[in-house]
Design a protein around this ligand. Structure first.
Ligand code: C2O
Ligand code: CU
Ligand code: CU
Length: 486
């Protein structure tokens, strides 16, 4: 049994006593209604740590313990006691040093999602395992031309990634622009979901959760439920939005306000795009300009159809609820919006010579041995090219410095958001139709029973890393492969 579920059982065992002691006035958990968030709070952001003279050094302690969630006391997994962990603000060319101290009861490690850094040694190496009670010193050197944007960090221990991220282990990384964009305000919004029972503890995932990808009953923005943000009309803010959910897709809207999308992940568009909604698969980020229009707007996520697996009832489809994530109140004397920035022109591989082409097939089926379970106790096996993840096997060998075209095919009835470490992917074709804009992402959603074609430039680094489905239960279930850039 996992430590979390053991703790869960212990706390539930004592719940009767807690309810009696808490009585009426002091009550904050109730057994019947489950977790009760406090009333709407003012928007807050995680503590920010900024690099100085080209370096940022910090310690991240991963631990299970008390956390403030939705203004209440809960028991979750935290970095340095916070949920989310601290925001790391760095610049291209910086050296980032993170010492991870594992105070969890299970192994962990750290991944800097989206950063273009070496996958080797003590850099962004997902094959590192940090035992409970020990620590590991990571060191990441960003190239001087590293793309600015919003990134994030989270654990990546195969088999434990979903539980640890869902438990609360994540934080934002901002790589600043060389020339700052003129704005009134920069905000970080880490969106996550979590389930807490009446005692403020995360219940263990069910077999269905592992198959579909666990989605929490509570949606959080920087660890809060429906916080309130305010601005003046005309103020132009920059929202750095991270989908840190283990499996939930976000379809974000902020009706009544003016939205311009600078890009997704590290991929800036040639020009800011006027948008009314932004879809973020798990792991994706949005770099969004919000220009205030007088009034009160609901920042919400709407249902997104990411398919369903066999045996699911209609009412239990994933990512199918509408949730108010935050309230944006625009009032006061009008301000003059700053100019919309011009964007640097992105690289475009659509007319480049492709050195190699390959096809990767993402599938769900019965466990490898027929009717038996897949790895990790899954009802289903999750495979790429018919194989579940094996840390001892290299699935794909690429030559450093070359450009490849990968066709990602999904033969299953659910979407899979495919993520590659270190090197971003340019989407060039969707379901057979050419993409006629420059679109770079590091998580690319491959819809159910469909195909996506991407191009990748394997520049700057060599070494072994992974590609996988970013529905973390699917990754833990085996939908991950190893690429070696030699
Ligand atoms: Cu955000 Cu391999 O992960
Ligand atoms: Cu990643
Ligand atoms: Cu998947």
């Amino acid at each position: 049994m996992e430590p979390i579920s053991r703790r869960h059982a212990l706390i539930l065992g004592g719940l009767g006593t807690v309810s009696i002691v808490a009585g009426g006035a002091g009550l904050f958990w109730t057994e019947n209604t489950g977790f009760v968030p406090s009333a709407a709070q003012r928007f807050t952001e995680p503590m920010a740590l900024r690099s100085v003279n080209g370096a940022l050094q910090l310690k991240l302690t991963a631990a299970e313990g008390p956390a403030q969630i939705a203004g209440r006391h809960a028991t979750a997994l935290t970095y340095n006691g916070g949920l989310p962990g601290p925001t790391l603000i760095i610049r291209p060319g910086d050296r980032l040093k993170i010492s991870v101290d594992n105070q969890l009861k299970q192994p962990t490690n750290l991944h800097v999602h989206g950063l273009h850094v070496s996958p080797d040694g003590n850099s962004d190496n997902v094959f590192v395992s940090i035992d409970p009670g020990s620590s590991f010193d990571y060191e990441y050197q960003l190239p001087p031309d590293h793309p600015p944007g919003v990134y994030w960090y989270h654990p990546h221990h195969h088999g434990l990634a979903a539980t640890q991220v869902f438990g609360g282990l994540y934080g934002a990384i901002i790589v600043e622009d060389a020339t700052p964009i003129p704005i009134s305000r920069d905000r970080v919004l880490v969106i996550s979901d979590i389930t807490l029972d009446g005692s403020g503890t995360i219940p263990a995932a069910s077999a269905m959760d592992r198959m579909v990808g666990r989605e929490g009953k509570l949606m959080l923005v920087n660890g809060q439920v429906s916080p309130q943000l305010s601005a003046r009309p005309g103020e132009r803010e920059r929202w750095r939005i991270i989908n840190a959910c283990a499996a939930r897709y976000l379809r974000l809207r902020l009706d009544g306000q003016q939205l311009q999308l600078l890009g997704i992940d590290s991929g800036r568009f040639p020009q800011p795009q006027d948008v009314t909604e932004v879809v973020l698969a798990p792991g994706n980020r949005a770099d969004l300009l919000v220009t205030g229009v007088a009034g009160t707007a609901s920042f919400q996520t709407l249902p997104f159809d990411r398919g369903a697996a066999m045996g699911m009832m209609d009412g239990t489809r994933p990512s199918s609820t509408t949730v108010n994530l935050a309230t944006f109140i625009v009032a006061g004397p009008p301000a003059t919006p700053a100019a919309v920035p011009t964007q640097p022109q992105p690289r475009d591989l659509r007319n480049s010579t492709v050195d190699d082409r390959r096809e990767l097939t993402f599938a769900m089926g019965m466990g490898a041995s027929g009717m038996s379970m897949g790895s990790g106790g899954n009802m289903m096996g999750f495979t790429i090219d018919g194989k579940e993840f094996d840390p001892a096997r290299i699935d794909t060998i690429v030559r450093g410095g070359t450009i490849e075209e990968w066709t990602l095919t999904n033969t299953s009835p659910m979407d899979h958001p495919v993520h590659l470490h270190v090197w971003p992917m340019q989407i060039v074709e969707r379901a057979g139709a050419a993409v006629n804009s420059v679109l770079w992402q590091d998580v690319v959603n491959v819809p159910a029973m469909s195909s996506i074609r991407v191009r990748i430039a394997f520049d700057d680094f060599t070494g072994k890393t992974v590609y996988h489905c970013h529905i973390l239960d699917h990754e833990d279930g085996g939908m991950m492969g190893i690429v070696n850039a030699a």
